[in-house]
Design a protein. Structure first.
Lengths: 577, 545
C-alpha cells in the first residue's frame, strides 16, 4: 500500500478513540519481528469498513478530526490519508477544521421553517444551549414536533432535541379497519425490553420462518405483493428471490434506516418505539434469503433510534436470537448497526453500501444490482425499515390477510407522515388506496381552519399538488398515472400564509447541498435551480425544462432524477407568483 | 537468463501480464517492482485486488513489500538458503506435486537429499527469518492453485546470481507451478526491449532466436542467408570483456546505448580500462560519461518516436514502434549507423529497409516466423514463439511439460548450495550495503536525470535509527562511506523500515554519488553479472577523517 502519512501527532484521547474501533481486529500492519511484517492490501481492505466508525470516534473525542488523529486512524487501518480526508469531508457531521466544543445543528428545513425557530430555541435554552454555535441543518425527521436540533458536543455522543409541549405532542395512529399492523406494538411495548417485545408476539415470525423454511418465506413475500416503502416501490419478493438464488459464502441483508427525505419521520417512530421489530424482521429477511451478515444503517441525526436499535441488537444477541445456530436452526447470522454522518444521498442504496464500506457515499452505476453485487460487491438485499416491518405481518398473519388491505397492485398498509399546516401532525397508518382527503381529515384537517394552499406529496423529491387530487386513491398505480409520487409517505400541508418562494428555495438549496457532486448534470443542475429560484428575474420555463430534462436523463441516481420535481410542480401550479 | 535457459531451454519469463492478474499466489523475490517496474506492478496490483496472496522476499521492506500480505526480510545474499528451506518444507509437508515431478522433471531424488540439510531452523539462523514465516510461505506457495515467482536484480546481481535463479526454478518444478495458465517464473525486465535485445542475438553465445553459436547446423542457416562465415566460438560477456581489456586482448570497443563508465561495479577500474583502449566508439542519444571517453561518437536516434521497428516486452510480446519525428541534427537510427558502418567495410546493404531486415530475421528465427508487420499491426503485438502466420502466439511457455507424453527434454532440478557474499562483513566493514532503484529515476540517470521530480531525494545512504546511533550520525548528515575498494561522501537518511545492519542506496546520480566506487567486481561466472547487491561498508563522521 502506498500510504503517505504526514508527521502530525495524535493526542492520547484520539489514540484511545481509534483503539475503541480498531482494537478488536488489530491494526493493518503488524511487525511480527525485525524480519517479518504482516500487512498489505488485503488486511487494509478488510479494515476499510471501519473508517467511518473511526471518524465518528475521532469527531466525538475531539470535536473535530485533526490531521494527527486522521493520520493515526489511517495508519491503523491502512487507508491513504488523502482518501480518508475525502471521506471525512463528505459528511456534514464530521469536521475537518477545528470546531467549537459544542455545535448545535438546528433544523431549518421546510417542515420546521414554517413554524419559526422560537420554540426550539427556547427548548435549547432550557438545556443550557442558548449561547452555543448554531448551524442550519437539513430536515432532522422531527416535522411532527415543533422544531428540532441535534447537538454535537466534544467528548459526548450526539444529543437530540425536539419541541414537545402540550398540544404539540405528535400523533401516532392507525386507521386500519383490521386494527393496527405496522404500529401494532407502538406505545404498548417497552422499547428497551426484549421480554416486553416477546410478550407482544415478538419473535413469532422468526419461529414461523424457521419452521416453514426459507423458500416458503420468500414465496410469501412475493405472493403478498409487498413493494418497497422507501420511495421506489420495488417488489421486495424479486429482490429476495434474486439474492436467495446466489450461492456465495457471504451475503448481506441491510435495513435502510437512513431516513432523510425532508418531511419523513415514520421509520424514526418505528425504531424509537418498536426497535426489536426491526431486528426481528431483518433476521427473518436474512434467514429467508440465506444471508450471513445483517446491517442496520441509521442516519446519524437519530440518536434515540440509534440507542434503542443498538440495545435491541445487543439484547437479541444475548438471548441467542442473533449469533450462532439461531433457535436451533443451524443458521448463523448477526447484525451490525452502522451510523451515518449527515448525508441525504446515503439513503440511496448503493451510496449506503459505499458509506458502510468506508468510501465516500457516492451512488454506483447500476447494473449490476445489489442482489448480485451489493455491499462489499457481494449479494445483498436492502429494504427500508417500513418495508421490513411488513415482513413480520406477512409471516405472522399470512398472505391473504396482507392482501385484504389495500388494492391488488398496492397491497398492505402504509404509513403517512403528516406535517406542516395540519391540525394533528404525526404518523398515520392507512390502507393503501386511501384518498388524500381521508388522510388529511384523519389528521384533523388544516390547522386553525386556514385555507389550504398546497400539499407537498412524497417529500422534497416528490411534488406539490393542489385540491384537484384530494380524491385520488393513494396507490402506486393511481399516483403514477396522475403523475405524482407517494415517495416515502410525506404529506406536508401549506396554508395561505406560507411563503412558497422561500419553501421552494429551501428545497432547491437542499438538493444542491446534498448532491454528491459525482455526476455533472446533478452537481451543476441543482446549483442552477438555486440560482433560478433565488433570482429576482422570472424563471425562464423553457430553460428550466431543459435543465430538468438533462438532470433526469443524465444523472446516475435518484437524487438527480427527482431534484427538479418539486420546482416543476411549483411552477405548474404557479405557486411562486 | 542463464538459469531459465538451462532448466527450460528458453531464457524468457514464462507468463503473460494477464496471468499475474488472475494468479492465486505471488512471490515477489528480490524485486522492488513498485518502483523499478511500475507499469508491470499495476498488473500485479490487479492480481492482488482479484484476491491473490502476495509474499515479498527482500532485505528491505520496500514500497512493493508494503502491498504484500507478508514481508520476509532475509539477510542479503541468503536467497539460496531460503529457497532450499522452502523446498525442503514443501517436500516434508507432503505438498510436492509428485505427479508433475515424475512426468516432467529430472533429478528430484538428488534434490530431495540435497536440500535435506536446509532445515527451517538452519534457514532461520542464516536468513534471520523466523522459521514459522518460512513455513507459511512454503505452504501458501505449494497449496495455491496457481502461483508465480517474480524476481529482479535482487536475485541476479549476486556472484551466485544464476544459482539463485536455479533455486527458484526448483520450487516451481517441485510444485508444478510452471507451464500452466497463471503459474510461472517471471524475471522482470527493466526496459521495454531488454527481452528483444536477447532475442535478437546480442548474447555472446547465441544467434537471433537463441540459436546456439556452437551448433554447426544452426550456424549454417545463418551463413547461407548472410553469405559470410559465422564465428563458431562464443564471444565474451561484459565482465569478460573488461578482463580482456585488462589483459590487452581487447583493444577496440563499440558501445551501443550503454553507459559502462557509470554503471559498472568498481567503476574507477572500469573507467581506467575504457580510457586505455585503442579505439572506443560510442553510439548514444545523449552525452554520458562513456561518451566523454570515446574516440568516435555516433549520434543515434531515440528508439521511441524517432525509429521504426519492433520492441519485445517482458512477456515476449513483439510490438511495432513507429517513427513520428525526424531525429535532431546528425543523429540517425541504429540500423542506419550499422548499414553505413558495413558500407565502410565494403558491404552494400542499402536495398534493405527496416521491414526487410525484420523479414530476414523471421526467416532465420523460427519463433518469430509468423510475425509479419501486418500481423503485428492488426493483433496489437504477438508473443513468441509464433512459428507461422496461422499461429496465434504463445501466452505462456513450457506447456509441453504438461503434454502427454512430455514434449522435449525433461526439466532438471539443479542442486545449488549457499555461498556467503564475496564481500564479507567484519569489524572494519560491519554494515551491509545493497542498492536499488527509485520510482522517479532510471539506472544511471542518463534518461531521467535531466527531469525534475517532486519525490526525488538523491542517492542517500539509508540506514535504520539503530545503525545511525551505532555510527553516531544523524539524519541528513554528510558522512564518509568506505568499502574495501574506495570511499565516497554521502548524506545519511534514517528510514523507519530499514533492518538494523543494512544500508541502502539508489544509484541514479553517479556524478554526485559515485556509488560503484564502493561495489565489488566479484561476478557470477555463469552469467557475467556483477555482485552489486552485497557490499561491506563502514560509515565514519567527516569530522573524524
Amino acid at each position: 500500500m502506498d500510504l503517505k502519512v504526514g508527521t502530525d501527532q495524535a493526542t492520547e484521547a484520539e489514540i484511545a478513540a481509534v483503539e475503541t474501533v480498531v482494537g478488536a481486529v488489530g491494526p493493518a500492519v503488524v511487525l511480527q519481528s525485525d524480519r517479518v511484517v504482516v500487512g498489505g492490501f488485503h488486511r487494509s481492505a478488510e479494515r476499510r469498513h471501519l473508517l467511518l466508525p473511526g471518524l465518528h470516534a475521532l469527531q466525538q473525542a475531539n470535536g473535530w478530526i485533526s490531521p494527527g488523529g486522521l493520520q493515526h486512524l489511517c495508519t491503523e487501518l491502512g487507508v491513504p490519508p488523502a482518501e480518508a480526508y475525502g471521506v471525512a469531508t463528505f459528511y456534514d457531521m464530521l469536521a475537518t477544521e477545528i470546531a467549537p466544543d459544542v455545535v448545535v445543528r438546528r433544523c431549518d428545513d421546510i417542515g420546521c421553517r414554517t413554524q419559526g425557530f422560537d420554540k426550539i430555541d427556547t427548548t435549547l435554552g432550557a438545556a443550557g444551549l442558548g449561547g452555543e454555535h448554531v448551524e442550519d441543518s437539513p430536515c432532522l425527521g422531527l416535522c411532527d414536533h415543533g422544531g428540532a436540533a441535534v447537538v454535537q458536543r466534544k467528548g459526548a455522543p450526539v444529543e437530540g432535541y425536539r419541541v414537545v409541549a402540550g398540544a404539540n405532542e405528535p400523533v401516532i395512529e392507525s386507521h386500519l379497519a383490521s386494527g393496527a399492523r405496522l404500529l401494532a406494538r407502538v406505545g404498548k411495548v417497552d422499547p428497551s425490553s426484549l421480554e416486553s417485545y416477546i410478550a407482544e408476539s415478538g419473535y413469532q415470525a422468526l419461529n414461523t420462518a424457521i419452521e416453514q423454511g426459507p423458500d416458503a418465506i420468500v414465496a410469501s413475500i412475493s405472493d403478498a405483493g409487498l413493494r418497497g416503502r422507501g420511495g421506489a416501490a420495488f417488489p421486495a419478493g424479486i429482490k429476495w428471490r434474486g439474492m436467495a438464488d446466489q450461492n456465495q459464502s457471504r451475503k448481506h441483508v441491510v435495513a435502510n434506516a437512513d431516513e432523510s427525505e425532508p418531511g419523513t419521520f415514520k421509520d424514526r417512530v418505528l425504531m424509537e418505539h418498536d426497535p426489536f421489530a426491526l431486528v426481528e424482521s431483518l433476521t427473518v429477511t436474512g434467514f429467508a434469503t440465506g444471508a450471513t451478515d445483517g446491517w442496520i444503517y441509521i442516519r446519524g441525526e437519530y440518536p434515540l433510534a440509534i440507542e434503542r436499535v443498538r440495545n435491541a441488537v445487543v439484547e437479541a444477541r444475548r438471548s441467542g436470537l442473533l449469533g450462532r445456530d439461531i433457535l436451533g436452526s443451524g443458521w448463523d447470522f448477526d447484525i451490525e448497526v452502522r451510523v451515518g454522518a449527515g448525508a441525504y444521498i446515503c439513503g440511496e442504496e448503493t451510496a449506503l453500501f459505499n458509506s458502510i464500506e468506508g468510501f465516500r457515499g457516492e451512488p454506483r452505476q447500476k447494473p449490476p444490482f445489489p442482489t448480485t453485487h451489493g455491499l462489499f460487491n457481494e449479494p445483498t438485499v436492502i429494504n427500508n425499515v417500513e418495508t421490513l416491518f411488513n415482513v413480520l405481518d406477512i409471516v405472522n398473519y399470512g398472505v391473504d390477510h396482507f392482501r385484504s388491505i389495500g388494492s391488488e397492485a398496492s397491497a398492505g398498509p402504509r404509513l403517512f407522515c403528516l406535517s406542516g399546516a395540519v391540525a394533528r401532525p404525526g404518523v398515520y397508518e392507512h390502507p393503501m388506496g386511501v384518498t388524500l382527503r381521508q388522510v388529511i381529515a384523519a389528521a384533523g384537517g388544516v390547522a386553525h381552519e386556514a385555507q389550504l394552499k398546497t400539499i407537498l406529496l412524497g417529500g422534497a423529491a416528490g411534488s406539490f399538488v393542489n385540491d384537484s387530487v384530494l380524491d385520488l386513491p393513494l396507490t402506486f398505480e393511481d399516483t403514477r398515472s396522475a403523475g405524482v409520487s407517494l415517495g416515502s409517505g410525506v404529506v406536508m400541508l401549506f396554508d395561505e400564509t406560507a411563503n412558497m418562494a422561500d419553501i421552494v428555495g429551501r428545497i432547491t438549496k437542499f438538493f444542491s447541498h446534498e448532491s454528491c457532486g459525482q455526476c455533472v448534470p446533478c452537481r451543476i443542475g441543482t446549483q442552477r435551480q438555486v440560482e433560478m429560484v433565488g433570482s429576482d428575474e422570472p424563471i425562464d420555463r423553457d430553460l428550466f425544462d431543459d435543465l430538468a430534462a438533462v438532470m433526469g436523463d443524465a444523472s446516475i441516481c435518484g437524487l438527480g432524477h427527482t431534484a427538479a420535481s418539486a420546482l416543476r410542480s411549483a411552477l405548474d401550479l404557479e405557486l411562486l407568483s | 537468463m542463464v538459469g531459465l535457459a538451462t532448466v527450460f531451454g528458453a531464457g524468457g519469463g514464462t507468463s503473460s501480464y494477464e496471468e499475474i492478474e488472475q494468479t492465486d499466489c505471488i512471490l515477489l523475490w528480490g524485486s522492488n517492482a513498485r518502483e523499478a517496474h511500475p507499469i508491470f506492478f499495476h498488473h500485479l496490483i490487479k492480481g492482488i485486488r482479484n484476491g491473490a496472496k502476495m509474499y515479498a522476499v527482500d532485505p528491505r521492506r520496500t514500497s512493493s513489500a508494503k502491498w504484500a500480505d507478508m514481508w520476509l526480510g532475509l539477510e542479503v545474499g541468503s536467497d539460496i538458503v531460503l529457497a532450499n528451506a522452502i523446498g525442503r518444507e514443501i517436500i516434508a509437508a507432503g505438498l510436492a506435486n509428485r505427479e508433475f515431478i515424475e512426468r516432467a522433471t529430472d533429478g528430484f531424488a538428488a534434490y530431495e537429499s540435497h536440500v535435506d540439510s536446509y532445515t527451517l531452523d538452519y534457514a532461520e539462523m542464516i536468513t534471520k527469518i523466523p522459521a514459522e514465516a518460512i513455513r507459511e510461505v512454503a505452504h501458501a506457495y505449494a497449496k495455491a492453485p496457481t502461483a508465480q515467482i517474480l524476481w529482479t536484480l535482487g536475485i541476479t546481481e549476486h556472484a551466485t546470481g544464476s544459482d539463485n535463479v536455479f533455486s527458484l526454478c526448483n520450487l516451481s518444478l517441485l510444485t508444478g507451478h510452471v507451464g500452466r495458465w497463471g503459474s510461472g517464473l517471471v524475471p522482470l525486465r527493466g526496459q521495454n526491449n531488454v527481452q528483444g535485445g536477447g532475442d535478437m542475438g546480442s548474447l555472446p553465445n547465441k544467434l537471433p532466436g537463441f540459436a546456439d553459436i556452437t551448433d554447426v547446423q544452426a550456424r549454417g542457416r545463418f551463413e547461407e542467408v548472410w553469405g559470410v562465415p559465422v564465428p563458431s566460438e562464443p564471444g565474451k560477456h561484459l565482465t569478460l570483456m573488461f578482463e580482456a581489456m585488462e589483459q590487452g586482448e581487447l583493444e577496440a570497443v563499440w558501445v551501443i546505448g550503454e553507459n559502462p563508465a557509470d554503471s559498472e561495479a568498481d567503476v574507477s577500474h572500469a573507467r581506467k580500462l575504457l580510457s586505455g583502449l585503442d579505439t572506443l566508439i560510442v553510439s548514444d542519444i545523449v552525452m554520458t560519461r562513456t561518451v566523454e571517453l570515446a574516440d568516435v561518437v555516433f549520434p543515434a536516434a531515440a528508439g521511441w518516436a524517432e525509429t521504426d521497428g519492433t520492441v519485445t516486452s517482458s512477456e515476449r510480446r513483439v510490438q511495432r514502434v513507429r517513427k513520428a519525428l525526424n531525429p535532431p541534427g546528425e543523429a540517425v537510427d541504429d540500423i542506419e549507423i550499422l548499414v553505413r558502418m558495413a558500407k565502410a567495410m565494403g558491404h552494400d546493404w542499402s536495398n534493405m529497409d527496416n521491414e526487410a531486415w525484420w523479414d530476414e530475421l523471421r526467416s532465420l528465427s523460427p519463433m518469430h516466423g509468423g510475425m509479419s508487420y501486418d500481423r503485428l499491426e492488426s493483433s496489437g503485438g504477438l508473443q513468441w514463439p509464433c512459428p507461422d502466420e496461422d499461429h496465434p502466439g504463445t501466452i505462456f511457455l513450457h506447456a509441453r511439460l504438461w503434454a502427454d507424453p512430455v514434449g522435449g527434454p525433461r526439466a532438471p532440478f539443479t542442486c545449488v548450495d549457499w555461498v556467503a557474499p564475496a564481500d564479507a562483513l567484519d569489524d572494519d566493514f560491519p554494515l551491509r550495503l545493497t542498492t536499488g532503484r527509485a520510482l522517479d529515476s532510471y539506472n544511471t540517470g542518463v534518461q531521467s536525470g535531466s527531469m525534475n521530480s517532486p519525490i526525488r531525494y538523491g542517492d542517500t545512504l539509508d540506514v535504520s535509527q539503530l545503525d545511525a546511533d551505532r555510527f553516531d550520525v544523524t539524519d541528513g548528515e554528510r558522512v564518509l562511506v568506505s568499502s574495501r575498494r574506495g570511499s565516497i561522501e554521502m548524506d545519511v537518511r534514517i528510514v523507519g523500515d530499514m533492518s538494523p545492519g543494512l544500508a541502502f542506496t539508489t544509484f541514479h546520480f553517479p556524478e554526485k554519488v559515485d556509488i560503484n566506487l564502493l561495489t565489488i567486481d566479484a561476478w557470477d561466472p555463469k552469467s557475467g553479472t556483477a555482485e552489486f547487491k552485497a557490499t561491506a561498508i563502514n560509515v565514519t563522521k567527516l569530522a573524524e577523517v
